[in-house]
Design a protein around this ligand. Structure first.
Ligand SMILES: [Zn+2]
Length: 298
């Protein structure tokens, strides 16, 4: 189909699936700057979606503004594989990704870090991260290099060595907290959208492409914020996500809210996109990127 045909089709779809006006839908549809393709498949099992959402949430909270080579959550490619998801990791961040995901009790924090219930099996290059009855992802480096398993820090107790069905009391409580609809307005939308973020790294990573890093964080169990400067505008990123099925099946009322030229909320503020009006780093960007790199080497 011609470019104008694609724009028309997408604008109509945005108008039908959101509360945006036709004019705003066309404005967004014209800004799609990635190749349109079929939407990435969702995880078929809702438990797997909830698990993937937890993985994305933990990675966002862990990495914040410390990425290397533009891999926002440490992920370069995500390949749906039946019931599970295969992740190809940025090589320099791969060990940090595994470390941040594996559950451990942190005495100085007084609680669990990582994804509760997660256990690991593998051969040193490809690790299966599985949580019994919840879901699994398989992680490897894009260059197929080795990934060492972490050694717990002095103030941490590793929980990932326990048998898969032997969850600690704190792990059970954390799993319950993540699944508890009372802590989040719409837990199904959260699971769907955060899982979709994890499954679309090629779009998500556009935010960290200009400088090699961006910022991501959470306010609570129900949101994931991405903040950046330079590169894609908020509307362009939003448009690309919508073109790739990001809000398909999400309740129409809060599916997309354009708060300003620099801020958008997707799925009733489950995913919040904020772009600063001007560059935050200027000439310091390179130095900051090098400092982040040294942090991963130490
Ligand atoms: Zn910038």
């Amino acid at each position: 189909m011609s470019k104008s045909g694609n724009v028309n089709r997408l604008a109509k779809k945005i108008r039908d699936n959101t509360s945006l006006t036709l004019a705003a839908s066309f404005r967004l549809a014209r800004q799609v700057n990635v190749r349109p393709g079929p939407p990435t498949a969702d995880a078929p099992d809702p438990r797997q979606r909830r698990f993937e959402a937890h993985v994305a949430h933990v990675l966002a909270a862990s990495f914040q503004d410390h990425q290397l080579n533009g891999a926002l959550l440490g992920v370069r490619e995500a390949v749906p594989n039946g019931q599970r998801l295969d992740l190809l990791l940025e090589p320099a961040m791969a060990e940090a990704v595994i470390y941040e995901l594996l559950p451990r009790f942190d005495h100085s924090y007084g609680g669990i870090r990582g994804v509760p219930g997660l256990r690991v099996t593998g051969d040193g290059r490809k690790w299966t991260l599985h949580a019994s009855g919840l879901g699994q992802v398989v992680a490897a480096r894009t260059d197929c290099g080795p990934i060492r398993l972490p050694i717990p820090r002095d103030d941490e107790v590793a929980l990932w060595g326990r048998p898969p069905d032997d969850l600690s009391r704190d792990e059970k409580r954390e799993i319950g907290w993540w699944a508890d609809a009372r802590s989040v307005d719409d837990v199904h939308t959260r699971d769907l959208l955060m899982s979709r973020l994890l499954r679309r790294p090629e779009l998500v990573n556009r935010t960290s492409e200009p400088h090699g890093f961006a910022n991501c964080y959470n306010h609570h169990a129900g949101d994931l914020v991405i903040e950046w400067c330079c590169g894609d505008t908020v509307e362009a990123l939003c448009a690309s996500l919508l073109a790739h099925g990001f809000i398909d099946g999400v309740p129409r009322a809060g599916a997309v809210e354009l708060i300003s030229r620099h801020s958008a909320r997707l799925g009733d503020a489950t995913v919040i996109l904020n772009r600063h009006a001007s560059c935050l780093y200027g000439d310091d960007a390179q130095t900051i990127a090098e400092d982040i790199k040294k942090g991963y080497e130490s």
